[in-house]
Write a protein that binds this ligand. Structure first.
Ligand code: 9MJ
Length: 676
């Protein structure tokens, strides 16, 4: 067929359709058609363009990738410098910020001052230049005056329109924002890197930077980057609205992605409220942020305020406490866990990171020690994101002192001197001392008294360490033989606390079968498995005499756990401890085993958000009793999600996957119905 106007029109129609789908998917996060529909339109366009290569336009959705690798990036001078931001680290800094602005603007206290608030994305600042709606250049911020031309790479980012949609945009429009890698893409990228044996990226920011700095745009295209716009640079041949918020909303109508969390507040007070509210949800966002940016909303006021050196006077970034810090490894030691697992731990020069002082970081196992090549004396980057445990991200090799030595797994347990054994197939090394090892005894006791086990109040870690060291307690049964004088003579204990502790030890004798099984500390038998065992077998005797096959008949018990359970009860020492506990008066009621199908058998439930009328542990217990499994994350296999106030990403995922969601009231009604 000879190309004619109708073919040109058809191609343009298909392109518009695809741009629209892209906009809904990447910019609004709200796709309206299934992927297959997009793919069909894309393939049709591609086929027609293959037939008529002379009609291909550079802003066609088929033209995002495909350019040849560059030899080097060229430099770009920014016509208007790309500014950075001043920082605030406290509420006081925010109040001083507002005061500075008011003084300079001569605003009296009664006149409100509006701020636009937006999360501070931790990515790479870039500039996009549109001429007559066409994306003609993408550049990094660089030093603010000169950056690098990364046009071919930004063209691969799907949330960046190659051509603006809608109408009314200025002839020349420079849009600025941050290119970042969402957490999910980051996790996936690193999982793939580890599988290939490559070095993982340290954080999403480095991954985004590394992906943009690729001379081969095909690599950038595989990296799932996103761009969020937060300001404009050059504007000519057209007008923009007169507030920051309205400008951003306008950009969104032209197909550019802006942050969905943007809001307008009044004064430093309003900024601080926004800061607090978003701090709470920070870890539920799909991307990492390192603070909140506050900008005077009124553009005329912004112009009156101007800027100093490289930062505008009208904006400030209120930073969260740093999530990454550098510190020194004073030593690498080995801890012995309840099951004898030997865990290497880095003892650190104390460092304030993620809002707390960190002086230890687990290194998990020897594979991790080898992967990091961490040594005593090294400078390391410590990361503590949210309430996640602190993690050693990497060693700063340039700072390694001359005389360090690689870490060796000790051959003997640092506590009991028994041999350490590392089974080839496992990453974990174990002390072979069993309960003859004081460290394992201490950990076993700590587990026994813990809240979800026997729930003995007032028996803290230090006291257990002391009792084991003084040889007053060898096994859990010894707890029930302790008397007042012994306890009262321990460090930091007095008559009163000793009496209270004896009471809680006494109280713990009346327990439930599931708690008791959990308290025994059998490898891989957590709270849920213990409950399953109790419900399926009904009595301790039945669990103890079950063979591996019988154990595997219980829901969710696999061959490995079954083997651990059999071997636990096989050991004479363990049987003796159980006997001694019963002799000391520990008792429970056997569970009536009803092998009728439980109403929620086979179902997986997820609890999220805050429950206001019953503790989450109680809701979980009741669901388990009805046969349901209670999982920590939502997947296609989830049958129902119970969402309370503050529910975030799990609720969102459930909605995406069309999984039934109920609130606490509905759950209570359902439980009442089944428990009648
Ligand atoms: C980030 N990183 O999210 C600015 N930023 O505004 C936001 N950065 C900025 N605004 C002017 N939201 C200079 C930098």
């Amino acid at each position: 067929m000879k190309p004619d106007t109708s073919m040109t029109q058809l191609l343009e129609q298909l392109r518009d359709q695809l741009r629209h789908y892209n906009y809904q998917y990447y910019v609004l996060d709200d796709p309206q058609v299934p992927d297959a529909e997009y793919d069909r339109a894309f393939r049709q366009l591609k086929a027609l363009e293959d037939e008529h290569p002379e009609l291909i336009t550079s802003d066609s959705p088929t033209q995002r990738v495909g350019a040849e690798p560059l030899a080097a990036f060229t430099q770009v001078r920014h016509e208007m410098p790309m500014l950075s931001l001043d920082n605030a680290f406290s509420a006081d800094d925010m109040y001083s910020f507002e005061k500075r602005l008011r003084d300079r603007l001569k605003l009296s206290d009664e006149i409100p001052l509006e701020f636009a608030c937006e999360p501070k994305l931790d990515g790479i600042a870039v500039s996009l230049l549109y001429e007559n709606g066409q994306l003609i250049r993408g550049a990094t911020r660089g030093d603010g005056s000169t950056g690098e031309d990364i046009t071919l790479n930004v063209r691969t980012v799907e949330s960046i329109p190659l051509r603006l949609i809608g109408s009314g945009y200025p002839e020349r429009l420079e849009v600025r924002g941050e290119i970042y890698m969402p957490r999910r893409s980051f996790t996936r990228l690193n999982e793939e890197a580890l599988k290939r044996g490559d070095k993982p990226f340290v954080n999403p920011r480095n991954a985004a930077a590394g992906s943009l700095r690729q001379l081969d745009p095909k690599i950038t295209a595989q990296r799932s980057l996103e761009m969020c716009c937060y300001s404009v640079g050059i504007v000519s041949g057209g007008e923009l609205p007169n507030s920051h918020e309205a400008i951003l909303r306008k950009l969104a109508t032209w197909g550019l992605k802006i942050n969905a969390e943007m809001a307008v507040v009044q004064g430093a007070e309003g900024c601080l409220e926004y800061f607090e509210a978003l701090s709470v949800r920070r870890n539920q966002l799909a991307y990492e942020i390192d603070g909140i940016v506050f900008k005077v909303n009124d553009i005329e006021l912004q112009q009156r305020l101007g800027f100093v050196s490289r930062a505008p006077r009208w904006a400030i970034a209120h930073k969260f406490p740093a999530q990454e810090e550098i510190t020194i490894v004073n030593a690498i030691e080995f801890q012995v866990g309840r099951t004898g697992a030997i865990t290497p731990v880095a003892r650190l020069e104390p460092v304030f990171v993620g809002g707390v002082t960190v002086s230890n970081a687990t290194l998990h196992n020897m594979d991790e020690v080898e992967r990091l090549d961490i040594r005593a004396g090294d400078s390391v980057i410590i990361r503590r994101a949210g309430d996640v445990i602190p993690q050693v991200v990497s060693v700063v090799l340039e700072r390694r002192p001359a005389d360090t030595e690689a870490v060796q797994l000790p051959q003997r347990c640092p506590v009991c001197d028994s041999e350490i054994i590392r089974v080839d197939s496992e990453a974990v090394a174990r002390c072979s001392g069993g309960l003859s090892c004081a460290a394992q005894r201490k950990e076993a006791l700590k587990h026994y008294v813990s809240r979800k086990a026997m729930d003995i109040d007032g028996l803290g870690e230090k006291l257990i360490d002391g009792l084991v060291e003084k040889e007053l307690v060898h096994s859990p049964a010894d707890l029930y033989r302790l008397h007042h004088l012994q306890l009262a003579s321990m460090e930091r204990m007095g008559d009163k606390s000793a009496a209270k502790l004896l009471q809680s030890i006494e109280k713990s004798k009346a327990t439930e079968l599931a708690n008791f099984i959990y308290a025994l500390g059998i490898r891989e038998v957590g709270e849920a498995t213990a409950r399953t065992l109790a419900m399926h077998f009904g009595s301790l005797e039945a669990v103890m005499s079950a063979d591996e096959e019988q154990l595997q008949a219980a829901p969710d018990i696999g061959p490995i756990v079954a083997q651990y359970i059999v071997s636990f009860f096989h050991q004479v020492h363990n049987r003796e401890v159980i006997e001694a506990l019963r002799a000391a008066g520990v008792h429970w009621q056997d569970v009536e085993v009803d092998h009728h199908e439980l109403p929620l058998a086979g179902q997986t439930w997820v609890l999220t958000g805050t429950l206001e009328q019953m503790p989450r542990s109680e809701a979980k217990k009741q669901l388990l009793a009805l046969g349901a499994k209670v999982a920590g994350s939502v997947s296609k296999k989830t049958d129902c999600v119970v969402a309370g106030p503050g529910a975030g990403s799990k609720l969102q995922k459930a909605e995406e996957l069309n999984i039934p969601v109920m609130d606490e009231q509905q759950l209570i009604a359902l439980l009442a119905e089944y428990n009648q």
